[in-house]
Design a protein around this ligand. Structure first.
Ligand code: FPP
Length: 253
């Protein structure tokens, strides 16, 4: 299933990668793996496996497009409600992905990071992610964030608990507390809020993803199922973003 990162074939070379007004941070809800598999009479796991190939293509395109941060929603706090065998399958994928692609990601100057509560993940998932974070920590190219066991409400609640602790200890002043300080308590501390959110698979909801961080993000939804999501579709989403006017509640001068 290995797709080399940079075996640039004719088709890919024919694409245009504009450099102006590229979203710095793109977040993606990768939805539709199960339906993709069911449509072909395959077990749902086949959809998740194929979804990894899409990750490879989209990471490659994000690098070429000079996107700075790519955050992928890989496993939510709600996904524990799925059958055990499906959970086990999904949680083995990061290790499989990294065992194949980590050398190429390092070569491409990618920095890997993760958001979410890692403690509840199986040891092999945590270990693979931790190893990748350490190995790529000095890289300054694309930051690739995997959201694993991530839930935005859980993140906000935990941030509040820690923050209130700091207020009680006198480390932080309640009167001076501002949005930027609060953001510093989230998993995404120090990372620019997403400029563009893409959700594949036809649903139009946030599913507990980055609720605080998406306050002024541009949204782009597509019916295409994640395993079918292509380089071309991704470039199209970036192009649509370029055409948007971001006013942040103000007016254009
Ligand atoms: C949503 O589709 C997808 C997921 C819950 C899992 C996404 C995981 C991957 C694409 C692989 C993760 C791998 C790495 C390397 C981090 P769904 O199953 O809800 O689809 P459906 O709505 O069609 O049922």
């Amino acid at each position: 299933m290995k797709i080399p990162f940079f075996n640039t074939n004719q088709l890919e070379e024919s694409f245009h990668y504009p450099e102006d007004n590229t979203p710095e941070h793109v977040a993606i809800i990768m939805d539709g793996n199960g339906r993709w598999a069911e449509n072909q009479g395959l077990p749902r796991a086949a959809g998740h496996q194929e979804g990894v190939s899409t990750i490879v293509k989209i990471v490659k395109t994000a690098i070429k497009s000079k996107v700075k941060v790519l955050t992928l929603y890989a496993f939510s706090t709600e996904n524990w409600k799925r059958p055990r065998h499906e959970i086990d399958f999904i949680l083995k994928l990061p290790k499989e992905f990294l065992s194949i692609y980590l050398p190429e990601l390092i070569a491409q100057n990618v920095r890997i990071d993760a958001i979410g509560d890692m403690n509840a993940l199986p040891f092999f998932t945590r270990e693979a992610i931790q190893h990748a974070i350490e190995r790529t920590g000095d890289n300054d190219g694309l930051q690739l964030n995997f959201a694993l066991n991530y839930g935005s409400r859980h993140e906000i609640l935990n941030a509040m608990k820690t923050m209130i602790g700091d207020i009680n200890k006198g480390k932080l002043s309640l009167d001076e507390l501002n949005e930027q300080q609060f953001s510093g308590y989230l998993y995404t501390a120090g990372v620019k809020d997403p400029d563009l959110l893409i959700r594949t698979g036809g649903e139009k909801r946030l599913s507990n993803f980055l609720l605080w961080q998406l306050a002024y993000t541009e949204f782009w939804f597509t019916d295409v199922l994640w395993p079918d999501f292509s380089e071309k579709e991704f470039l199209h989403a970036l192009e649509k973003y370029r055409q948007r006017e971001r006013r942040y509640g103000g007016i254009l001068k």
